[in-house]
Design a protein around this ligand. Sequence first.
Ligand code: SF4
Length: 157
Amino acid sequence: MLVVSGCLAGCRCRFDGDSRADPGIEALVNAGGVMMVCPEELGGLDTPRAPSEIRGGDGSDVLRGRARVVTVEGRDVTSAFLAGARRALELAEAAGADRAVFKDGSPSCGVTRIRDGSFTGRSRPGRGVTSALFLEHGIGVASEEAWRESVLGEDGT
Ligand code: SF4
């Protein structure tokens, strides 16, 4: 079983109420055997919602209480991000999932990079909270770019 970020499958669950639909991921979902999750919605956050970034580290640091997730207005939403990550993991484990394709750059789903916490559009290497939790529980996580390259070849053909 493969888990995918809901926004990659066309769900309008992003903070701004939009999706980041990927035709390849949508085709996978339509073929069946794929589970969609949106950790931020699973954590009880509304859509649309204020954009959030991790301050003081990455998702692994959030799991250990060394970093926080805050909205652009400065509201601490760490508990919602942790709850959503844990719920997504519960669902994935119950479904027997062993891998995931997640939206890179997200404070929840980011695989190789996240925003740097300054809300200026800059990124830094690191994982989102859910990606970090999945990896710590033995579920492999790939970004949509890495998945696309593995399926289609590096030139995207
Ligand atoms: S939490 Fe993940 S699935 Fe939900 S909108 Fe953000 S990147 Fe997409």
